[in-house]
Ligand binder design. Structure first.
Ligand code: FE2
Length: 426
């Protein structure tokens, strides 16, 4: 009898210890303190920027405070204060513990172009740190952005060094672009936690731009995190807001096409494609920016031997060529390829297509004719510097070695002049 009681006690203690271990090891739950603070570019980056953050459900409202960056101590009383939009969310994924949170978002508008600002989010007693960002000027002077192919795997342990090196390399970068597959299992809050750990404060001070990949979809639905933890531009076609959109930054129009929709283009006559084509043609017709760069997940031309996305080319390439798009930045193939190509036998190739990967899931690039540079089993990040009518592109490996480089110069008429500068050793 006595032994029976002792046995039950031991079992009870074991269960409590086991349960607390699960809770303790689950590190993705929110608290009253703001976390997962992300800036996103808006349609007009020179006068506005969007911020999104997370708290637990005890914090039912959120505020932002903003002021022009002072030279000395920050005086919170001179800040402008704004109330954010708060949305209750419940992230359910497989057998993982359900995460309930409040997501708060706000778009700072009427900002001065070319100014440094400082902001914090939260509310009294639970403020974030003050975080700096800078709006672009209205001039076409130099700026640099960073482009990542799929992060996707081992985000905390291995992808973290890529974003940290890229940021260390260009700490003044204007924004970061992701060509999809940010995490591996769409909907997994634990994986998002890893992504947030990897880049930490960077996301709150450098605006982020995301186009979704197939891994960011759950069947045919975009991972619900996308629309609650990010605030991307809502200028895309109906049904694809915040996954298909454009932003303007100085003399660049950057466009996200959602190529992960409709099961990787299985329904090639689907509405998502049709609507995106009509929308794309219209925003390129009215575009006044000198440079146009597209980001989308699926490569137009694939480095991988057994892959080809001819449907994507069939739908979008004629529109891009008609409007003189400069470059297309993609992911998906987990290897590197860069080249100029066209399916139109009557045209001289004019668009540069890039496929890259930043995460540690790596494949071999095949021997495809379209590539002027290729790479296998390399984690890479790219810096793209635009200074008026000159664009300088560089790709670096995980240890910071230059792997690819070229320069584009806008001509008064006709195609860009391209200067090939890839390192000789490759
Ligand atoms: Fe991927």
């Amino acid at each position: 009898m006595c032994l029976n009681i002792i046995g039950k006690l031991i079992l009870g203690i074991s269960i409590i210890t086991f349960s607390s271990t699960i809770v303790f090891s689950q590190n993705n739950f929110p608290s009253p303190n703001p976390d997962r603070i992300v800036l996103n570019l808006t349609e007009d980056a020179s006068t506005s920027v969007a911020v999104t953050w997370r708290t637990d459900k005890s914090v039912s409202e959120g505020f932002c405070e903003l002021q022009i960056t002072p030279d000395g101590r920050i005086d919170p009383t001179i800040s402008k204060s704004f109330k954010a939009k708060t949305t209750a969310v419940k992230y359910i994924h497989e057998n993982n513990p359900v995460v309930e949170a409040n997501q708060h978002s706000f778009i700072f508008t009427d900002l001065y172009p070319g100014k440094k600002y400082i902001y914090r989010v939260g509310l009294a007693g639970f403020w974030s740190e003050w975080i700096e960002f800078e709006t672009p000027s209205k001039q076409n002077d130099e700026f640099t952005f960073i482009y990542f192919g799929d992060p996707q795997n081992d985000l905390k342990s291995q992808w973290s060094r890529i974003i940290r090196r890229a940021y260390k390399h260009v700490p003044e970068c204007s924004f970061m672009v992701y060509a999809g597959d940010i995490i591996n299992n769409g909907g997994s809050d634990l994986e998002w936690e890893e992504w947030f750990k990897a880049g930490s404060f960077i996301y709150g001070s450098v605006p982020q731009i995301f186009t979704p990949g197939n891994h960011d979809y759950i069947d045919l639905e975009l991972d619900p995190h996308w629309k609650t933890q990010f605030t991307q531009a809502k200028n895309g076609p109906d049904g694809l807001k915040e996954s298909c959109f454009f932003v303007d930054y100085k003399n660049l129009r950057l466009i996200s096409i959602d190529s992960a929709t409709e099961g990787e283009l299985e329904d090639e006559n689907g509405n998502d494609l049709k609507n995106q084509k009509i929308w794309l043609d219209s925003i390129l017709t009215t575009n006044t920016k000198d440079w146009v760069i597209i980001t989308t997940h699926l490569p137009f031309y694939s480095p991988k031997e057994n892959r080809d996305n001819s449907t994507l080319r069939k739908h979008f390439q004629p529109i891009l060529e008609k409007h003189g798009v400069d470059m297309v930045l993609t992911g998906h193939d987990h290897s590197y390829g860069r080249g100029m190509a066209t399916d139109n036998p009557d045209m001289k190739p004019s668009i540069i297509y890039v496929v890259s990967v930043s995460g540690p899931k790596l494949y071999e690039a095949g021997n495809k004719e379209w590539m002027q540079q290729k790479g296998s089993f390399l984690q890479l990040y790219q810096t793209i510097r635009i200074n008026d009518d000159v664009l300088e592109y560089e790709a670096f490996t995980a240890n910071g070695t230059l792997f690819d480089k070229f320069i584009l110069k806008k001509q008064r008429s006709g195609n860009n002049k391209m200067i090939e500068m890839k390192p000789q050793t490759n």
